[in-house]
Design a protein around this ligand. Structure first.
Ligand code: NI
Length: 253
Protein backbone atom coordinates (compact mmCIF):
# COMPACT_ATOMS: atom_id res chain seq x y z
CA UNK A 1 0.00 0.00 0.00
CA UNK A 2 1.24 3.45 -0.98
CA UNK A 3 0.19 7.00 -0.17
CA UNK A 4 0.69 9.85 -2.62
CA UNK A 5 1.36 12.66 -0.14
CA UNK A 6 1.20 15.48 -2.66
CA UNK A 7 -0.63 15.83 -5.94
CA UNK A 8 -3.19 18.00 -7.71
CA UNK A 9 -6.47 16.70 -9.05
CA UNK A 10 -8.67 18.66 -11.41
CA UNK A 11 -11.25 17.92 -14.08
CA UNK A 12 -9.22 20.15 -16.39
CA UNK A 13 -6.36 17.61 -16.32
CA UNK A 14 -8.29 14.37 -15.79
CA UNK A 15 -11.69 14.06 -17.37
CA UNK A 16 -12.72 10.95 -15.48
CA UNK A 17 -11.82 11.20 -11.79
CA UNK A 18 -13.67 7.93 -10.97
CA UNK A 19 -11.40 6.13 -13.41
CA UNK A 20 -8.24 7.76 -11.99
CA UNK A 21 -9.10 6.62 -8.47
CA UNK A 22 -9.95 3.13 -9.67
CA UNK A 23 -6.54 2.91 -11.38
CA UNK A 24 -4.84 4.14 -8.19
CA UNK A 25 -6.48 1.37 -6.19
CA UNK A 26 -5.38 -1.25 -8.72
CA UNK A 27 -1.77 -0.09 -8.37
CA UNK A 28 -1.90 -0.14 -4.56
CA UNK A 29 -2.26 3.58 -3.94
CA UNK A 30 -4.72 3.61 -1.09
CA UNK A 31 -4.86 7.30 -0.19
CA UNK A 32 -3.91 10.52 -1.91
CA UNK A 33 -3.44 14.00 -0.48
CA UNK A 34 -4.47 16.61 -3.03
CA UNK A 35 -3.41 20.22 -2.78
CA UNK A 36 -5.69 23.15 -3.53
CA UNK A 37 -3.32 26.08 -3.87
CA UNK A 38 -5.30 28.87 -5.53
CA UNK A 39 -8.92 30.04 -5.28
CA UNK A 40 -10.29 27.74 -7.99
CA UNK A 41 -8.35 24.63 -7.02
CA UNK A 42 -9.17 25.08 -3.34
CA UNK A 43 -12.88 24.97 -4.18
CA UNK A 44 -12.54 22.06 -6.57
CA UNK A 45 -10.31 20.05 -4.20
CA UNK A 46 -12.84 20.43 -1.39
CA UNK A 47 -15.62 19.09 -3.62
CA UNK A 48 -13.50 16.09 -4.67
CA UNK A 49 -12.60 15.27 -1.08
CA UNK A 50 -16.28 15.18 -0.19
CA UNK A 51 -17.01 12.73 -3.00
CA UNK A 52 -14.17 10.25 -2.46
CA UNK A 53 -13.22 8.65 0.84
CA UNK A 54 -9.55 8.12 -0.11
CA UNK A 55 -8.90 11.80 -0.94
CA UNK A 56 -7.45 14.07 1.76
CA UNK A 57 -6.69 17.76 1.49
CA UNK A 58 -3.99 20.28 2.04
CA UNK A 59 -5.11 23.83 1.31
CA UNK A 60 -3.03 26.99 1.10
CA UNK A 61 -2.06 29.78 -1.27
CA UNK A 62 0.95 29.02 -3.49
CA UNK A 63 3.64 31.74 -3.64
CA UNK A 64 2.66 32.42 -7.27
CA UNK A 65 -0.66 33.71 -5.88
CA UNK A 66 1.06 36.29 -3.64
CA UNK A 67 0.10 39.37 -5.65
CA UNK A 68 -3.59 38.54 -5.79
CA UNK A 69 -4.29 36.84 -2.46
CA UNK A 70 -6.29 39.10 -0.16
CA UNK A 71 -6.97 39.14 3.55
CA UNK A 72 -10.45 37.89 2.81
CA UNK A 73 -8.98 34.87 0.97
CA UNK A 74 -6.94 34.10 4.08
CA UNK A 75 -10.00 34.55 6.28
CA UNK A 76 -11.88 32.11 4.10
CA UNK A 77 -8.99 29.66 4.39
CA UNK A 78 -9.02 29.95 8.16
CA UNK A 79 -12.78 29.39 8.23
CA UNK A 80 -12.35 26.22 6.18
CA UNK A 81 -9.60 24.96 8.48
CA UNK A 82 -11.57 25.67 11.64
CA UNK A 83 -14.83 24.26 10.28
CA UNK A 84 -13.72 20.73 11.14
CA UNK A 85 -16.04 19.01 8.68
CA UNK A 86 -13.44 18.72 5.91
CA UNK A 87 -10.54 16.27 5.58
CA UNK A 88 -7.88 19.00 5.79
CA UNK A 89 -4.64 17.36 6.93
CA UNK A 90 -2.23 20.22 6.33
CA UNK A 91 -1.61 23.68 4.91
CA UNK A 92 0.00 23.92 1.50
CA UNK A 93 1.50 24.13 -0.77
CA UNK A 94 2.92 27.35 0.63
CA UNK A 95 6.39 28.88 0.49
CA UNK A 96 8.62 30.96 -1.73
CA UNK A 97 9.35 30.85 -5.46
CA UNK A 98 11.98 33.20 -6.91
CA UNK A 99 12.31 31.32 -10.18
CA UNK A 100 10.40 33.93 -12.19
CA UNK A 101 11.83 36.95 -10.38
CA UNK A 102 11.81 38.66 -7.03
CA UNK A 103 9.49 41.62 -7.69
CA UNK A 104 6.89 40.29 -5.27
CA UNK A 105 9.33 38.95 -2.68
CA UNK A 106 7.79 40.94 0.20
CA UNK A 107 4.27 39.82 -0.70
CA UNK A 108 5.46 36.21 -0.93
CA UNK A 109 7.15 36.33 2.46
CA UNK A 110 4.13 38.00 4.01
CA UNK A 111 1.73 35.37 2.60
CA UNK A 112 4.07 32.56 3.67
CA UNK A 113 4.35 33.88 7.25
CA UNK A 114 0.58 34.35 7.57
CA UNK A 115 -0.04 30.76 6.53
CA UNK A 116 2.74 29.44 8.80
CA UNK A 117 0.92 31.25 11.63
CA UNK A 118 -2.29 29.44 10.69
CA UNK A 119 -0.42 26.11 10.79
CA UNK A 120 0.88 26.99 14.22
CA UNK A 121 -2.53 28.08 15.50
CA UNK A 122 -4.32 24.96 14.28
CA UNK A 123 -1.37 22.58 14.86
CA UNK A 124 -1.31 21.41 11.27
CA UNK A 125 1.71 20.29 9.23
CA UNK A 126 2.72 22.35 6.21
CA UNK A 127 3.61 21.35 2.66
CA UNK A 128 6.44 23.60 1.54
CA UNK A 129 7.10 24.78 -2.00
CA UNK A 130 10.57 26.31 -2.25
CA UNK A 131 12.15 27.14 -5.58
CA UNK A 132 15.40 29.09 -5.88
CA UNK A 133 14.68 30.42 -2.38
CA UNK A 134 16.34 27.98 0.02
CA UNK A 135 17.88 30.47 2.44
CA UNK A 136 14.78 32.61 2.88
CA UNK A 137 12.60 29.50 3.21
CA UNK A 138 14.78 28.10 5.99
CA UNK A 139 14.84 31.45 7.79
CA UNK A 140 11.05 31.74 7.81
CA UNK A 141 10.59 28.11 8.89
CA UNK A 142 12.95 28.82 11.79
CA UNK A 143 10.55 31.53 12.99
CA UNK A 144 8.00 28.73 13.59
CA UNK A 145 9.91 25.95 15.38
CA UNK A 146 6.61 24.46 16.60
CA UNK A 147 5.54 23.68 13.00
CA UNK A 148 6.78 20.76 10.89
CA UNK A 149 5.80 19.26 7.58
CA UNK A 150 6.86 18.10 4.16
CA UNK A 151 9.47 19.73 1.91
CA UNK A 152 7.57 18.99 -1.24
CA UNK A 153 9.42 17.96 -4.41
CA UNK A 154 12.81 18.42 -2.82
CA UNK A 155 15.67 19.00 -5.26
CA UNK A 156 18.36 20.67 -3.13
CA UNK A 157 21.66 19.60 -1.66
CA UNK A 158 22.41 17.01 1.02
CA UNK A 159 23.29 19.85 3.42
CA UNK A 160 19.94 21.54 2.84
CA UNK A 161 18.07 18.26 3.34
CA UNK A 162 19.89 17.77 6.64
CA UNK A 163 18.85 21.23 7.87
CA UNK A 164 15.19 20.54 7.10
CA UNK A 165 15.32 17.14 8.79
CA UNK A 166 16.91 18.64 11.91
CA UNK A 167 13.98 21.05 11.99
CA UNK A 168 11.54 18.12 12.03
CA UNK A 169 10.57 18.10 8.36
CA UNK A 170 10.31 15.13 6.02
CA UNK A 171 11.61 15.22 2.46
CA UNK A 172 9.11 14.77 -0.38
CA UNK A 173 10.59 12.63 -3.17
CA UNK A 174 8.86 12.41 -6.54
CA UNK A 175 9.48 11.54 -10.18
CA UNK A 176 12.69 13.58 -10.41
CA UNK A 177 14.52 10.76 -8.58
CA UNK A 178 13.97 8.56 -11.67
CA UNK A 179 15.51 11.10 -14.08
CA UNK A 180 18.91 10.07 -15.48
CA UNK A 181 20.47 13.51 -15.04
CA UNK A 182 19.28 13.99 -11.46
CA UNK A 183 21.57 13.88 -8.43
CA UNK A 184 18.65 13.36 -6.08
CA UNK A 185 19.74 9.74 -5.50
CA UNK A 186 22.65 11.09 -3.43
CA UNK A 187 20.18 12.85 -1.11
CA UNK A 188 18.04 9.70 -0.85
CA UNK A 189 21.15 7.65 0.04
CA UNK A 190 22.12 10.12 2.72
CA UNK A 191 18.73 10.74 4.42
CA UNK A 192 17.43 7.16 4.31
CA UNK A 193 13.90 5.82 4.09
CA UNK A 194 12.76 7.12 7.49
CA UNK A 195 12.84 10.73 6.28
CA UNK A 196 11.09 10.23 2.96
CA UNK A 197 7.51 10.93 1.88
CA UNK A 198 6.44 9.66 -1.54
CA UNK A 199 4.70 12.09 -3.83
CA UNK A 200 3.93 12.51 -7.53
CA UNK A 201 3.04 16.23 -7.74
CA UNK A 202 0.80 15.02 -10.57
CA UNK A 203 -0.18 16.19 -13.14
CA UNK A 204 3.42 17.46 -13.26
CA UNK A 205 6.79 15.68 -13.19
CA UNK A 206 5.90 12.17 -14.35
CA UNK A 207 8.60 9.59 -13.53
CA UNK A 208 10.58 7.66 -16.15
CA UNK A 209 9.31 5.95 -18.39
CA UNK A 210 6.48 8.49 -18.60
CA UNK A 211 8.63 11.63 -18.33
CA UNK A 212 7.02 14.56 -20.14
CA UNK A 213 3.55 12.94 -20.12
CA UNK A 214 0.71 13.70 -17.75
CA UNK A 215 1.53 12.31 -14.33
CA UNK A 216 -0.80 10.36 -12.05
CA UNK A 217 -0.73 8.93 -8.53
CA UNK A 218 -0.75 5.45 -10.09
CA UNK A 219 2.93 5.98 -11.01
CA UNK A 220 4.03 6.10 -7.35
CA UNK A 221 5.41 2.51 -7.63
CA UNK A 222 7.96 3.69 -10.26
CA UNK A 223 9.30 6.24 -7.77
CA UNK A 224 9.29 3.67 -4.96
CA UNK A 225 11.09 1.15 -7.16
CA UNK A 226 13.92 3.61 -7.84
CA UNK A 227 14.21 4.39 -4.12
CA UNK A 228 14.36 0.67 -3.32
CA UNK A 229 17.26 0.32 -5.82
CA UNK A 230 19.13 3.29 -4.37
CA UNK A 231 18.75 2.14 -0.77
CA UNK A 232 19.02 -1.56 -1.54
CA UNK A 233 15.86 -2.41 0.40
CA UNK A 234 12.73 -4.21 -0.75
CA UNK A 235 9.86 -2.47 -2.47
CA UNK A 236 7.62 -3.70 0.37
CA UNK A 237 9.82 -1.91 2.89
CA UNK A 238 9.70 1.31 0.86
CA UNK A 239 5.90 1.01 0.76
CA UNK A 240 5.37 0.24 4.44
CA UNK A 241 7.90 2.71 5.86
CA UNK A 242 6.90 5.66 3.67
CA UNK A 243 3.25 4.91 4.46
CA UNK A 244 4.10 5.00 8.16
CA UNK A 245 5.97 8.28 7.62
CA UNK A 246 2.88 9.73 5.94
CA UNK A 247 0.63 8.64 8.82
CA UNK A 248 3.08 10.18 11.32
CA UNK A 249 3.04 13.50 9.50
CA UNK A 250 -0.60 13.75 8.41
CA UNK A 251 -3.72 12.81 10.33
CA UNK A 252 -5.13 10.36 7.76
CA UNK A 253 -8.04 8.87 9.64
NI1 NI B 1 2.40 20.71 -6.20
Amino acid sequence: MFIDTHCHLSKEDYEDIDFILKENKEKGISKIIISGCDRASIDESIELSKNYSDIYLTLGYHPSEATITTDSDLEKLENLISSNDLKIVGIGEIGLDYHYGKEDIDLQKNLFRKQMSLASKYQLPVVIHSRDATEDTINILREFPEVSGDIHCFSGSIETARIYIEMGYKIGIGGVVTFKNSNLYKVVEEIGINNILLETDSPYLAPVPFRGKINSSKYIPFIAERISEILNISLDDVASITTENAFDMFDLK
